[in-house]
Ligand binder design. Structure first.
Ligand SMILES: C[S@@+](CC[C@H](N)C(=O)[O-])C[C@H]1O[C@@H](n2cnc3c(N)ncnc32)[C@H](O)[C@@H]1O
Length: 353
């Protein structure tokens, strides 16, 4: 029985994307629009009916890193070529950096390694010099965060900027590429002072503009980018996040294998009764799928956490406050609030959706 559920969840996403070529890198449903909520900020909303089962969004990562234990022996690395991102590179079948920067960097083929040369050259010296000391002194989480920032900067330096960077190839006025990254929420004012102080130190020590990292931005601009990245990055898991009600028997989303920043997917707010599920496809693109019929005017939300793990109001809100630094104001939480509960929400950013 559980095997049947598992197979259903593992069905490759592209099979369900009717009419959208698999090669297309980004796509937005024509009925999906951006608007602004006074409490939550930017949001995705349906302008017209979006039927259950419809693909709502496909977004290519602007930066992505593998997140695995013991990368030298782990078979779950992703290809470093940002146009590939193929997962599950076995030790025997993958190519490592000829400069031996870090074991986390590998490619699935020489074609991918060659195609990724300019982008990897940007990060290689930095990784070789700083990865070990950062991991030892600051730990894996801060290393991963700094590496995502370096990869954002690498993409900014090396990705060709399309003429229509500000809009996806639909009629939607949604920002895309680096313009999308610049418009992400999060700033020094939305994070606790202590946190910002710690990131300021990291920027001074490891992310200054210079020969090792020639990005051309000021320290304040890089600090701002960290505040945005921490509020908007996604964890990548093998199975869907946000199935509601949770499947019986309970099936979680599996182990995280990567972290990434998606310029458009980051606009989705959280709900504890989401109407979209999200899951990366085999190329690291984030796919949103309508899990119910979405009516005109309704907000389109994902769940930032595995709904099988936190079920009652207190547990859900505590988890979101602790891990994502905001108090959930979704319809379900608001409707379940006891009458006397004060409305003390603070719009704070989060990490690892
Ligand atoms: C990934 S961003 C989502 C897009 C964001 N609203 C914007 O303006 O770009 C996450 C931030 O949105 C806000 N947010 C998302 N879901 C929320 C919710 N259920 N309740 C309150 N705030 C929420 C929080 O400030 C959170 O840090």
């Amino acid at each position: 029985m559980s095997q049947v559920v598992y197979i259903t969840l593992e069905e490759p996403i592209p099979n369900r994307i009717d009419g959208i070529p698999k090669t297309q890198s980004d796509w937005i449903h024509p009925n999906l629009i951006e608007s602004v909520d006074p409490v939550k900020g930017r949001q995705l909303r349906a302008s017209e009916h979006i039927p259950k089962g419809t693909c709502v969004l496909i977004d290519h990562p602007y930066a992505i890193i593998p997140v695995v234990d013991d990368p030298a022996t782990n078979d779950d690395l992703i290809c470093s070529n940002s146009a590939c991102n193929r997962r599950s590179l076995s030790q025997s079948g993958r190519l490592s950096c000829s400069n031996s920067c870090i074991a986390d960097v590998s490619w699935c083929s020489s074609t991918c390694r060659d195609a990724d040369k300019a982008r990897h050259d940007f990060e290689c010296t930095w990784l070789k010099r700083y990865a070990d000391p950062i991991r030892k002194k600051w730990g894996e989480y801060d290393f991963g965060m700094l590496w995502v920032i370096v990869r954002l900067l690498a993409s900014r330096q090396t990705k060709p900027r399309p003429q229509n960077e500000n809009v996806l190839p639909t009629s939607q006025p949604l920002k895309h590429g680096w313009a999308g990254i610049e418009s992400l929420c999060g700033s020094v004012d939305t994070w606790p002072h202590e946190q910002v102080r710690s990131w300021t130190t990291l920027v001074k020590k490891y992310l200054q503009n210079g020969p090792v990292l020639p990005h051309g931005l000021s320290a304040d601009q890089v600090l701002h980018l960290i505040c945005q990245e921490e509020a908007n990055s996604f964890g990548l898991y093998p199975r869907e996040t946000g199935i509601y009600p949770p499947p019986q028997p309970l099936v979680g989303r599996g182990e995280q294998f990567a972290a990434a920043v998606y310029p458009t997917a980051a606009m989705a707010n959280h709900s504890c009764v989401p109407n979209m599920t999200h899951k990366p496809d085999e190329d690291g693109r984030m796919i949103f799928t309508a899990s119910r019929d979405i009516l005109p005017g309704q907000e389109c939300c994902i769940s930032y956490f595995d709904l099988t793990k936190h079920t009652d109001l207190t547990s859900r809100r505590e988890h979101l406050r602790k891990s994502f630094k905001f108090t959930c104001q979704c319809d379900r939480c608001v409707s379940e609030e006891p009458a006397e509960e004060t409305n003390d929400w603070t719009p704070m950013p989060m990490m690892d959706i």
